[in-house]
Design a binder for this molecule. Structure first.
Ligand code: AMP
Length: 281
């Protein structure tokens, strides 16, 4: 595995791969790797000749009062895990990606302010801009993302379509801990008591699935039940719970066939997100 920090050097390696007609898969991450990330890499490995993993804690996608500084980082551990999982680890500095004279931003209008965008203004402009840069730098055949970040997945698909980026976007299922908690680098923030309570997100999703399978079609009733359920956990505070169209991310009035249930909940000071696709009877 090669560890590359400079964009021009990465591009030289990618050009060499292209010349040899190698299919390239890209897995963008912010590091502090867990099994969720590794599942994307395994799939990329199966579908491509070469796998590039980026590790970049993107300052652009953090608000001024958010956790950019505290975000967990352990590059040497990550590189150890990557050795068996990819061919190139791309770990640029913030300055390498966003030099002082950087002024171009990508906004997927009408999608960036919904759901997580409501409580994290500017977040998805940061995400779309960095992903667009990575796609331009590398020009992968396929790029891999997790359904855990459902809104991000929709936004990246839209970005690739609107800007005619020639890449297949693959969205893979959420990998969970044994008790159902979605794996996330931010789980490292949780105290052991909070870690136990954090399962409330998954339990809420499961009870929603059951209610919808049992005939509940009214999103506002469903949301009220979930708010009540999550409210019983002392450490939990709901940021949002929404039932939306899985492609437009707009709220639905009735759960007809399928709808995306997305939620963000603070467990103590840690904001966690999760989602599930609800299927009506
Ligand atoms: P992050 O490092 O959190 O920015 O995540 C990098 C990529 O891994 C994103 O596409 C995430 O959606 C994906 N990812 C994060 N957690 C999980 C998980 N538990 N299961 C599957 N994919 C995940």
């Amino acid at each position: 595995m090669k560890i590359i920090k400079k964009i021009t050097l990465l591009q030289k390696h990618v050009t060499a791969l292209r010349r040899r007609r190698r299919a390239v898969g890209l897995v963008p991450t912010m590091g502090y790797l867990h099994e969720g990330h590794l599942s994307l890499m395994r799939r990329a490995r199966r579908e491509n000749d070469a796998v590039i993993v980026s590790i970049f804690v993107n300052p652009l996608q953090f608000g001024p009062a958010e956790d950019f500084k505290q975000y967990p980082r352990d590059l040497s551990r990550d590189l150890g895990l990557l050795r068996a999982a990819c061919d190139i680890a791309f770990a640029p500095s913030a300055r390498e990606m966003f030099p002082d004279d950087f002024t171009t931003f990508v906004e997927v209008k009408g999608y960036s302010d919904l759901l997580c965008g409501g409580s994290r203004p500017g977040h998805f402009v940061g995400v779309a801009t960095v992903v667009c840069k990575l796609l331009n730098i590398i020009g992968p055949d396929r790029a891999y993302f997790g359904q855990k970040d459902a809104q991000q997945a929709v936004i990246i698909r839209k970005l690739a379509k609107d800007l005619n980026v020639s890449v297949a976007i693959r969205i893979l299922p959420t990998v969970r801990e044994k008790d159902g908690l979605a794996m996330s680098s931010r789980n490292a923030y949780l105290s052991s008591q909070e870690r136990q309570e954090a399962v409330v997100l998954f339990q809420a999703l499961k009870s929603a699935e059951r209610l919808v399978a049992g005939g509940q079609k009214d999103p506002s009733r469903l949301i009220a039940v979930l708010r009540d359920f999550i409210g019983r956990s002392a450490a939990a505070r709901v940021d949002y719970i929404e039932v939306v169209d899985k492609e437009t991310l707009r709220p639905v009035k009735k759960i007809e066939k399928e709808a995306l249930l997305a939620l963000a909940v603070y467990i103590g000071g840690t904001r966690l997100i999760d989602n599930t696709l609800l299927r009506a009877r």
